[in-house]
Design a protein around this ligand. Structure first.
Ligand SMILES: Cc1ncc(COP(=O)(O)O)c(C=O)c1O
Length: 331
């Protein structure tokens, strides 16, 4: 269903343990070491220059997805745009703020008079594994800047490109070299098997990040000190991330072949942690067919009203379970 199952890398566990004597309050802004590690990683992974880049650690990325509209002062009468098929928390966060949600992948369908304050993009996407090209992201950023809206780009699957190379909203081809109005959300949950630690961060427009810091400081949205130390170790080490990536790559190959042989069509799934599948029937029939074989998948309708004929298969199972799934599909 999507929760990491492989061990937390030793280098990260050691850093957490070494930082466990932490009697004082941690810094909401992150320690200088963590801020430097985030900036260095963003520069490597997103092709972003670090000059003028705002960075801030978050308690995993889900909390920021859920609270970003509220933290930005978005409220009733404002519009938040979310992808047509999307991780549900974008809509949940807009509702928590009392804002109106518009579900669309095409900003031309948003009326010229509507008060759009925030546009979510998610590439590689959950649940579809779709990768948005740089030109598409650039258009979204230009559109939002013209209207004074913020683009929040959820990039938690950025390191997991398979048949397409994901592009960050912070890369110069998208941002045009300025971070004005853009925020990129990242997570160590999947890259480093740290879902249990709650370790994420946001990078982008320094004025927006400063505003988030101010509110989060007073709201107690603070990453625990030992987790901050663990994040530094995780961000500074690419080896474990590459090993984990290879595990997912191998599982993806096995599952992709087995589901294709069993008559499923794989759509998108160019990157990220999921296969987006259809048999051209109602998703609950597919969920039921698979459940009878002891295989649990997520129904497409969880992610949007237009996804009623799809199911989402996660790559986050042990090699043993993945082999069992393939065996059951072939039986
Ligand atoms: C698209 C997307 N964004 C954000 C998250 C939240 O991840 P976390 O809070 O573990 O960083 C998830 C988790 O599955 C996700 O799929």
């Amino acid at each position: 269903m999507g929760t990491p199952v492989d061990p937390v890398p030793e280098v990260i566990r050691r850093a957490l343990a070494d930082a466990s004597d932490a009697p004082g309050y941690p810094l909401t802004a992150g320690t200088p070491a963590l801020r430097a590690a985030i900036a260095a990683w963003v520069s490597r992974a997103c092709g972003a220059g670090v000059d003028g880049l705002g960075v801030l650690p978050t308690i995993g990325s889900k909390e920021l997805v859920a609270w970003l509209p509220t933290l930005l002062g978005i409220g009733p009468g404002d519009v938040v745009v979310v992808p047509s098929i999307a991780y549900p928390t974008y809509e949940d966060g807009a509702r928590l703020a009392g804002a109106t949600v518009v579900r669309t992948d095409s900003l031309t369908s948003v009326g010229p008079t509507s008060r759009v304050r925030l546009v979510w993009v998610n590439s590689p996407g959950n649940p579809t594994g779709r990768v948005l090209p740089a030109a598409h992201l650039r258009k979204v950023v230009d559109w939002a800047r013209e209207r004074g809206a913020v683009v929040a780009s959820d990039e938690c699957y950025l390191p997991l490109g398979w048949s397409a190379e994901p592009v960050s909203v912070l890369s110069p081809q998208v941002s045009g070299g300025s971070y004005a109005g853009v925020l990129a959300l990242h997570s160590l949950s999947k890259r480093s098997n740290l879902a249990g630690y709650r370790a994420g961060f946001v990078a982008g427009d320094p004025a927006l990040v400063a505003e988030l810091l101010k509110v989060r400081k007073h709201a107690g949205m603070i990453v625990p000190a030992p987790v901050q130390a663990a994040m530094v170790a995780a961000l500074d080490d690419e080896r474990h991330a590459e090993e984990q990536r290879e595990r997912y790559r191998a599982r993806r190959e096995v599952l992709r072949a087995a589901f294709t042989e069993a008559g499923f069509t794989v759509e998108h799934s160019e990157a990220g942690l999921y296969l987006w599948l259809t048999r051209g029937e109602d998703c609950w029939e597919t969920v039921d067919w698979l459940a009878r074989r002891g295989i649990l998948v997520a129904a497409g309708v969880f992610y949007g009203p237009t996804a009623g004929q799809h199911v989402r298969v996660a790559l986050t199972e042990s090699d043993e379970h993945v082999a069992a799934v393939a065996g059951r599909l072939r039986a």
